[in-house]
Structures are given as structure tokens and as C-alpha cells.
Write a protein that binds this ligand. Structure first.
Ligand SMILES: [Zn+2]
Length: 346
């Protein structure tokens, strides 16, 4: 199933934020998928999940984030928290990729959308657990840089861990895996689940570059939480693209020894794409074919083991970011529905 909620879509330019996420990324992916599935003769209700949106409580957020950080987000500290998470003020106190005078929406609206988006990621898990194909792709979510006391890397609330903690609190699952395919290390997720045997994390990411170029030790002498290890970290250095798929396959094989989780969240960022529009992802340049193979390998691995899988879009920047999602999602929908034609065109 696919979960698509235009109401939770966040167009950063509406807030004066000039980070190059195409404003129509989710809509474009949805429209392309709809065309492909219609060509297969599939009625919408076979592949489109339409649960009523739910509202998360502050307690849902407090399972994951600190009381002080929640107070900022729900109070007068929201704007400053957003400026920090999106790095919108430079070292000289000047706006950086930020034009507040062009904003047409308030930061309160941004946070409301973040909460709705987070709720949708949770609902993707519920859908994956309840539908026969055991698969749901939320066309949003994946804020893996959200930490206990702060957000960074364009992430305010870590929807992945919020979703897992809520599913655990409701006894829908006991254990979970997070398989993070985004170009950037899933640092917030690793730090938020450190030492917790019930959540196993795997992250395959750029060996160098943000967040692994931050100072390892802060001014207070405390280590930066971005360096907390995932259970399986798979760094890929510039020029090692040919090693990417074999290393992911080995990583998945290692996960296989960890039992069967109640649910797997897959952070499906396509910012390793060679045509990605974020300059800082340039050290990992996978082709369209490699990205689609990555996603099929991950989907098949979970599907073959009967593990419910909820996918999130995560990073993917610039005008061509929609491209890798489409054949990957079409394949996953087709296979989860048991269709025999599994060769969507790339
Ligand atoms: Zn990323």
C-alpha cells in the first residue's frame, strides 16, 4: 500500500527556507505511480491506504525527545529550534539559505505539518502490520537526524523512533529494525535507540561528509551524539559505488542473525543518486539502476521473511529526486500484491 497525504506535505519555500527539496516531490512520485498502476489495471483501493489522520499527543513525542526540547517545540522556542535544525543562521548571525521576508506560512504551521507527517509514518507501520501484503510506503517522513534534545539536518522530530515507540507502547510490536539507506548516516535514530536491544539499526551512508564532519567532541567535552554507532554501520567512501550493493547485501545478511522483528522501518532516501541536488551528497553517486536494485534487494529481503515493512522517503533533493522512487515503489506494490509482472521499467 501507499500512504499519501498532501495535507502533511511540507513545502519549505512557504516558510522562506531555501533548501532544494522540490516542492512537488511527493506529488510527482504519487502521480507517476498512479499512472503506472492504472496501466496495470489496478483500482486505487488495492494500493492506496486511506486511514483517517490521527493526532499525536505530546506524550508520543516525549517517549523519544527530552521534556526541555518538547517545551521548546510546543512553546515560544519553536522558531529558534527550527532555525537551528535547518541551519538557517550562519556563524555571523546572518540568514543562510533563508529568506524570512518571503515566508507565507508561520513556524506554527510548519510544526503542525511535521506532527501530521510524523503521525503518518506511524500509520504506515500500522498499515504494514495490518494489510496482507505487509508493506506500506509513506510518501513523506524519514527524519533520521532528530536527536533527544535537538534537531538538525532538516529534521525536527524523529518520526521513525516516535513511530516505533508508539507501536511498542500499544503492544503492536515488541521489536523493530531500522534499515537506513539515505546518503547521510542515521545518527539521530542510532543515538535514540543506543543500548536498546529491542531496536536494531543498520545505516549505509557516505563515509565522509555531514554529519560525520561535525566536531566529535563539543565545547563541553561531551562526545557529539552523531557519532553514536548504529548496530551496523556501513560507510561507503567516494569512488566505492561498485561496492555499495555487495556491502548492503552483507549487512542485510548480518541482520538475518538477529531474529525476526515485529516491524521494519526502511529509510529510503534517494540522496545517494548521482543527480541529487544537494551539494553535500556528491561523494556518493549511485546510478538510477543501482538505487532501484538497492530498494528491490531490501524489499525482497524483508518480504521473503514475512517481515512487515514501512518505508519512508527521507532525503532526495533537486528536480530529479522523484525518479528513483517510482520504479522502486511500483515493484514493491506489485510484489506485495502478488502480481506476476514484476519488471517495471526503470
Ligand atoms: Zn540524507
Amino acid at each position: 500500500m501507499i500512504l499519501y497525504d498532501p495535507e502533511s506535505h511540507i513545502s519549505l519555500r512557504d516558510y522562506g527556507i531555501l533548501i532544494p527539496v522540490a516542492p512537488d516531490r511527493s506529488a510527482r512520485v504519487f502521480s507517476e505511480i498512479e499512472t503506472r498502476l492504472a496501466a496495470r489495471g489496478l483500482a486505487r483501493d488495492r494500493w492506496l491506504a486511506s486511514p483517517e489522520p490521527i493526532e499525536l499527543s505530546q506524550d508520543d513525542i516525549l517517549r523519544v525527545h527530552s521534556p526541555e526540547y518538547a517545551r521548546r517545540l510546543y512553546g515560544s522556542g519553536l522558531e529558534q529550534a527550527v532555525l537551528e535544525a535547518f541551519e538557517l543562521i550562519d556563524d555571523h548571525g546572518q540568514p543562510h539559505r533563508y529568506a524570512p521576508e518571503t515566508a507565507v506560512r508561520s513556524m506554527d504551521e510548519l510544526f503542525a505539518s511535521v506532527l501530521r507527517w510524523t503521525a503518518r509514518s506511524y500509520q504506515a507501520g500500522v498499515e504494514a502490520l495490518s494489510n496482507g501484503g505487509r508493506f506500506c510506503y509513506h510518501l513523506g517522513g524519514g527524519a533520521h537526524h532528530g536527536h533527544y534534545t535537538f534537531g538538525h539536518g532538516f529534521c525536527i522530530v524523529n518520526d521513525i523512533v516516535v513511530s516505533i515507540r508508539k507501536l511498542q507502547a500499544e503492544h503492536a510490536v515488541t521489536t523493530a529494525w531500522v534499515i537506513d539507506l539515505d546518503a547521510h548516516k542515521g545518527d539521530g535514530t542510532a543515538a535514540l535507540t543506543e543500548g536498546d536491544e529491542s531496536v536494531t539499526t543498520l545505516s549505509i551512508h557516505m563515509a565522509d561528509g555531514w554529519p560525520l564532519d561535525l566536531p566529535e567532541v563539543g565545547p563541553s567535552g561531551a562526545p557529539h551524539p552523531s557519532y553514536v554507532a548504529s548496530d551496523y554501520d556501513i560507510p561507503v567512501a567516494a569512488g566505492e559505488e561498485a561496492e555499495y550493493l555487495p556491502r548492503l547485501e552483507a549487512g542485510l545478511a548480518a541482520l538475518d542473525g538477529r531474529g525476526t522483528p515485529g516491524v521494519a522501518y526502511v529509510v529510503g532516501g534517494v540522496d545517494p543518486y548521482e543527480h541529487d541536488g544537494l551539494p553535500s551528497t556528491q561523494s556518493l553517486r549511485l546510478t538510477l539502476e543501482q538505487l532501484v536494485a538497492r530498494d528491490r534487494m531490501t524489499f525482497d529481503f524483508l518480504h521473503d521473511r514475512g517481515i512487515p515493512q514501512a518505508w519512508l522517503m527521507a532525503g532526495g533533493y533537486g528536480e530529479r529526486a522523484w525518479e528513483p522512487y517510482v520504479p522502486s515503489i511500483e515493484y514493491a506494490v506489485a510484489r506485495s500484491l502478488g502480481l506476476s509482472d514484476l519488471n517495471p521499467s526503470v
